[in-house]
Design a protein around this ligand. Structure first.
Ligand SMILES: [Zn+2]
Ligand SMILES: [Zn+2]
Length: 346
């Protein structure tokens, strides 16, 4: 079978590999869709400390069960499934307390285990042990189901930031994650959602799909001033930074209303993670700043339901569908910001 393997930064190769054989606790799937995201671009450019090459990449996986290990119950060949990306251990104190997203022993598909840029993939027993395989509801396509993984991360972020009815929300960053944040915030009852990006063309492409209540191009206007104007000086209830930008995080603190919540959803480059924060704004306005680290198996399940029910539509966000042989082109498209979501169909 064909696979796309990471060998070193800048070196992803399309190779022939033997079909993997599932162990007694594993399930083998025929990958139907594995979507790409900014993380794939980062891995391609810089590698990742959790990836020991060579490794088959791809972590937004949906496919069809073809073989189940001798010890596996509940799954049969032909079952249509979506697979989690981040695998909590299920046993540590954090996992036992229900904090699966911050499990210190977390491993990931496409990092510690071969991923979905392949015709076939083995879902390791560890994934099944934490209920990390989800049945795709009838009528929902594999491509849409593969978007459950990033939506699960977005859901975790909005739960932690307590996005709810009546909230005014600013989303900074209009890539696929920003688009999912806009749609999820609406489904949770947000009153108005404002979308911000530095890149005007990208902002308008996203706005054409997700129709924010206002868009602000950060290259052309002072974002904090614009948000103040839109809210009569009050600021917004929630600010979500879906961009790897310290400036965006600093602005987020400035534009939050009293008792506002700020989600540092996107991380910063590891060599430049320090921002300046007016601590008195946090103190007197009773602000809450929260992080977000991936998603739990339960988030994946609920994200799949949100997509299947139509609460968070994703079909129109999938702008590019490419065969496995085009994986480098897909990563390039994502890296240039030319796609909302590019999915590989091996
Ligand atoms: Zn991803
Ligand atoms: Zn754990």
């Amino acid at each position: 079978m064909k696979v796309a393997r990471f060998h070193a930064p800048g070196d992803i190769r399309l190779e022939d590999a033997p079909e993997p054989t599932p162990g007694p606790g594993d399930v083998k799937i025929r990958v139907r869709n594995c979507s790409t995201c900014g993380t794939d671009v980062k891995i391609f450019r810089f590698g990742h400390h959790h990836i020991v090459p060579p490794r088959v990449m791809g972590h937004e996986v949906a496919g069809e069960v073809t073989e189940v290990g001798a010890d596996v119950t509940g799954w049969l060949p032909g079952d249509r499934v979506q697979v989690i990306a981040a695998i909590p251990c299920g046993r540590c104190p954090d996992c036992r307390a229900g904090r699966l997203t911050v499990c210190p022993n977390q491993e990931s598909i496409g990092y510690h285990y071969d991923g979905g840029f392949a015709e076939y993939m083995v879902v390791p027993a560890k994934v099944l042990a934490v209920d990390g395989v989800n049945r795709i509801p009838d009528g929902l396509g594999f491509a849409e189901a593969s978007v459950a993984e990033p939506l699960a991360c977005v859901l975790n972020g909005q739960e932690l930031a307590r996005v709810g009815a009546g909230d005014d929300v600013v989303v900074i960053g209009s890539g696929p994650i920003g688009c999912l944040h806009v749609r999820l915030a609406r489904s949770r009852g947000a009153r108005r959602v404002f979308l911000v990006d530095l890149n005007r063309a990208r902002l308008e492409q996203a706005a054409a799909l997700v129709a924010p209540d206002a868009l602000i191009c950060a290259a052309q206007a002072d974002v904090v001033d614009e948000v103040a104007k839109l809210t009569d000086g009050r600021g917004v209830d929630v600010v979500i930074t879906a961009a790897a930008s310290g400036t965006a995080q600093e602005q987020a603190i400035q534009m939050a209303a009293r008792q506002g919540r700020i989600s540092f959803f996107g991380g910063l480059p590891k060599d430049n993670p320090i921002i300046s924060c007016d601590s008195n704004l946090v103190h007197y306005r009773e602000l809450t700043i929260v992080g977000a680290n991936g998603s739990s198996p339960a988030h994946n399940r609920r994200a799949l339901e949100l997509i299947a029910s139509g609460a968070v539509p994703v079909s129109d966000l999938i702008t590019h569908r490419l065969p496995l042989g085009e994986v480098l082109a897909a990563i390039d498209i994502v890296g240039r910001g030319a796609a909302i979501k590019a999915t590989i169909e091996p």
